[in-house]
Write a protein that binds this ligand. Sequence first.
Ligand SMILES: Nc1ncnc2c1ncn2[C@@H]1O[C@H](COP(=O)(O)OP(=O)(O)OP(=O)(O)O)[C@@H](O)[C@H]1O
Ligand SMILES: [Mg+2]
Length: 274
Amino acid sequence: MDLRNKARHYAGEIGSNDRVEYLSTGDLRREIDELRTDNVALLKENERLRMERQALETIRDRYEALYRHVQFLREQEKYTFSRAIHDELSQVLAVLKMELCWLEEHFDSENTPVRRQFDNLKKLLDHTIRASKQITSDLRPYMLDELGLASAVKWAAKEFKNRSGIETELVFAAPSIKFEKQRATAAFRIVQELLDNVERHAGASKVTIRMHTENDCLVLEVIDNGCGISRPLILSTVSFGLMGIRERTREFGGDVAITGKPGAGTRVTVSIPI
Ligand SMILES: Nc1ncnc2c1ncn2[C@@H]1O[C@H](COP(=O)(O)OP(=O)(O)OP(=O)(O)O)[C@@H](O)[C@H]1O
Ligand SMILES: [Mg+2]
């Protein structure tokens, strides 16, 4: 008899009309010995599974810690680059522009090619100043550190609208939420990733970004009216953007819900404890 049947047998699964066989003492002993052996095997198997589970949990913990650390380093790097570009490049460019204007004003000549050259140089400098500002805020929007999450999300929504041409609606019922830096950064990067997904994959004409508080959580929602994400893609182990969102949220004990309706859009709801 295999283990499962034996277990059922001894668990009393014997109907009232079943024929009950009485065993001799020798048979009973043998049965008991067999049961003991089975029990030892079961205990060993149990212990093996327990250790396997423990090993998996350790790997999972290490992976989560590593993920958090990599994210932390990335953010730190972005912050350092953004400060360096701002302090070393943007400010020097601004001074250069002032110097050039001064030179132009004091340049005592009506020589047209030289004047044209001044204009060209000023245009080039303006372009470079704009580009360095864009790079700085793409790396780390100063609003996030100085004005908070709501302002940074508003800025991201405006950038998204200008870039994609998609109608963008903001529904904010938590404008003054105070998040510490890491939580605010996570929430902001989640919104950026979701907007990026809408732009690249949804084919939507409208997106709504909602932000409100509920049960001591900040709830962020990005809803589009595009093609609708499919279930396999929601669950796929190679959907790294979505996995990143889940990891960032889990770090703070939050939750993510993703739903897609074919042809009717995608809704992603992220809640992060305050
Ligand atoms: N709003 C959306 N509408 C329709 N499909 C979506 C939407 N968001 C994501 N998807 C689908 O789910 C897939 C997984 O998204 P995910 O963000 O994980 O990866 P990705 O955007 O393809 O790449 P990555 O984010 O790593 O640059 C996408 O490739 C896309 O097919
Ligand atoms: Mg993505």
